[in-house]
Structure formats: structure tokens, C-alpha cells
Design a protein around this ligand. Structure first.
Ligand code: GLY
Length: 387
């Protein structure tokens, strides 16, 4: 896909999109301060829920982004209320027996600590990091994603976990204890050795033998086929590699980032909104996953901070092109249409082989909204990330 024939998002379009994004969060405060948002919208509006899903950190992250953009007290008060909820959640271990502690605690509590030096937020995020490292499996050298620890039918890592690692890098920096970072590095070493295929597409999940620790096979739980490239998985690869490069400067991550990102861009359809799996392209009736593009853009903009001027310029230009497609085709500009930010995401598309329950198809989703707003913020200023 030659992106340079497409227009970039202009500064005026960026300002308008930022204003809409902030306004969407402001409109949501009334419903989603004492409640959380469901992982995906239903007919473009989010049901209410308790703080029990892997996705609940994203809305709080949007609240912090709106606070950064405006300095308004209403956002800060909601954000701090959510910090209380996240501290309670980790103290009482409420639905936390999985690896998504980073998704939960980075955009909510690490963000609150970075912005306000809030001690409760720091305590909550460090406790979450302590919990995450208990999932590390010595046999195989990886953080087990789901299920009871050691269970043969769940003895696997998943590519999404690259976004849980920054909680561990942050925990080592903040506590001075290297154990969190050491586990993150062992996990990413294992993950990159199995999930990236020779053509730089990626596996969603990879199993290991619990007796020997040897890798056995790749399986897609949310993609179209075991051997296909699930668009969001590829995007988790893009952003995950950029973040780990930021924290480690390991040149291998930069090199892999370039290839995994090129695969993502090369497999976009002509309107630049990815289908949910790269098995599909122009002419297909399959749904899109706009959230994958938002995630990839954030990764490209993060990496732009760490490469030479020429490469950075290209990454920013490509990001602005992908962003214009999102703003023009997927962004919510009228609160009467949706209380999310980004339309046309897909959470889980069921196929005869992937075993996932179909839901959140062609809807907004909590992470799509968050990463879209994060990408706008990144384009608006030199942003210190919550990850
Ligand atoms: N991390 C789960 C997902 O991307 O759906």
C-alpha cells in the first residue's frame, strides 16, 4: 500500500477532532463516573457495568487524556474516583486472574501517578505488577495469558501481552526493583521468537508444552485462521515493539517493528480502514476493525520519537494519513449517534475454527476509543505516554 498518494490530517482537522473527542468524554462523565463502560458498544452506545472487565482501564484513560487536554477539575475528580475503584479491585482480586493487568492499570493508575503523583494510584499499579509477574512460567519463559496457571489447554502466551509489559517496566523504574523488568524481558524474548512469522505477519497465540517448556503451535483465538494475520494482533505487535524499544533500546525490536508495521500498512484496503483480519481486503463484506489502525498509529508515533529525523518524518506522515482515514470514516462527531469515539471496530468475529463468541462486531470498543484519543493527543503535543 503506497500511502503517499493519500492526504494527511491537517492541523485544523486535528483540532476539530480533538474538540469532539474531549466533548464525548465530557458527555460520558455523568453515566460513567460511578459505573464503568462495557467493553463494546451495543448499537453504538455503551451499556453500564462494574469494574470487572479487562477493558475498564481504557475509559479511565480517556478521562485522563481529557484532563490533560483541558485541565478541567471534572475530569480529575472522575479519574481519581476510578483510581479508588482500581485499588479496591486489586486489593480484593476482582476478576484479575489473567494477564491483562497492564491494559487495566497503565491507562488508569500509572496515568494518574504520572500526572498527579497520586500515591493510591502508585500503590494500585505496583500491586497489579506484583500480580502480573505471578503468571510467569519458568518452563517456556512466558507470562501465561489466560486460565488456571499451568493448565495444559491454556499453556500459552498471546501477542496482546506486549501491551501488558509496560506496567512491568514502569514498576521497576518506580520501585527500583529489577524483577519486573527482568520478567518482561524474558517474556518478550520468548514471544518474539514464536509469534512473528517469516513474512512478518503474526500469530495471535502460541502454545507451549508444560512438561518441557518447548513451543508447540500457534492458534488464533480471534483471527480468521490459525495462519492468518488478525488485524488487531498485528497492531498489538506494532505498538508493543515500539514500547519495548523505548524502554530497552534493543535494536532487534526496532528492526522487527519496521517489518511488522510494513506488513500492517501493506495489507490495508484502499480506504485504509483495516478489515478485522488481513485475510480480507477490498470487495469483502466482512467487518472492519478501526481499533487496529488506532493502535498501530500510536505505535508509529511512539517509534517516531526514537529514530532518526528522516524515519521519524515518514512515520509521522504515515500516521497522519491513517489518522485522516479514521477521522473521516469512523470518528464520532455527533453525540446523538454514539457515546463512543470510534465507530466500526470488531471485538470478536466468530469463525468455525477460532472458538470465540461473536460480539462487538461493527461497534465502538473501549480500546478503539482510547487509542484513537491517544493518537490525537500524540499528534497534538509531545506526549508522555501512560504506558
Ligand atoms: N486483548 C484482547 C483483544 O484485543 O481483543
Amino acid at each position: 500500500m503506497e500511502l503517499t498518494r493519500y492526504p494527511e490530517l491537517t492541523d485544523a482537522e486535528l483540532t476539530t477532532a480533538m474538540n469532539h473527542a474531549v466533548q464525548q468524554v465530557r458527555c460520558g462523565l455523568q453515566d460513567y463516573t460511578d459505573n464503568m463502560k462495557y467493553p463494546n458498544s451495543v448499537n453504538n452506545f455503551y451499556p453500564l457495568m462494574d469494574n470487572t472487565e479487562w477493558t475498564n482501564g481504557f475509559w479511565t484513560g480517556e478521562v485522563w487524556l481529557a484532563y490533560e487536554a483541558t485541565g478541567e477539575e471534572c475530569f480529575k475528580q472522575t479519574g481519581l474516583k476510578h483510581v479508588d475503584s482500581f485499588l479496591d479491585r486489586v486489593n480484593r482480586n476482582i476478576v484479575l486472574d489473567h494477564h491483562d493487568l497492564g491494559f487495566l492499570y497503565s491507562p488508569s493508575c500509572v496515568a494518574a501517578y504520572k500526572l498527579l503523583k497520586d500515591e493510591k494510584a502508585k500503590e494500585a499499579a505496583l500491586k497489579a505488577a506484583d500480580k502480573l509477574i505471578t503468571r510467569f512460567q519458568e518452563k517456556g519463559g512466558f507470562i501465561q495469558a489466560w486460565g488456571p496457571l499451568g493448565a495444559k489447554d491454556n499453556y500459552r502466551l498471546i501477542i496482546d501481552c506486549l501491551l501488558n509489559l509496560p506496567l512491568l517496566y514502569w514498576a521497576s523504574e518506580t520501585s527500583g526493583d529489577p524483577k519486573y523488568r527482568d520478567i518482561a524481558l524474558r517474556h518478550i524474548h520468548t514471544a518474539l521468537s514464536v509469534v512473528i512469522r517469516p513474512d512478518y505477519s503474526t500469530y495471535h497465540t502460541y502454545f507451549f508444552d508444560p512438561q518441557t517448556g518447548l513451543p508447540t503451535h500457534g492458534v488464533s483465538h480471534q483471527g480468521n485462521r490459525n495462519e492468518s494475520a488478525w488485524a488487531r494482533g498485528q497492531a498489538w505487535g506494532v505498538y508493543g515493539l515500539a514500547i519495548s524499544y523505548k524502554y530497552t533500546r534493543d535494536p532487534q525490536y526496532l528492526e522487527l517493528f519496521r517489518h511488522v508495521t510494513a506488513y500492517f500498512i501493506d495489507h490495508l484496503p484502499s480506504d485504509l480502514i483495516p478489515y478485522w483480519d488481513f485475510d480480507f481486503s477490498d470487495g469483502s463484506d466482512e467487518p472492519r476493525d478501526s481499533s487496529a489502525s488506532a493502535i498501530a498509529i500510536c505505535g508509529m508515533l511512539e517509534m517516531a520519537k526514537h529514530v532518526d529525523e528522516e524515519e521519524a518524518r515518514q512515520l509521522i506522515r504515515d500516521s497522519r494519513i491513517l489518522m485522516k482515514a479514521l477521522v473521516d470514516r469512523c470518528a464520532v462527531s455527533d453525540p446523538a449517534c454514539s457515546n463512543g469515539q470510534l465507530l466500526h471496530s470488531t471485538y470478536c468475529r466468530s469463525t468455525p475454527t477460532n472458538g470465540c463468541r461473536e460480539h462487538g462486531v461493527d461497534e465502538c470498543c473501549a480500546w478503539g476509543d482510547y487509542f484513537y484519543f491517544e493518537a490525537l493527543t500524540r499528534l497534538s503535543k509531545d506526549w508522555e505516554m501512560y504506558w
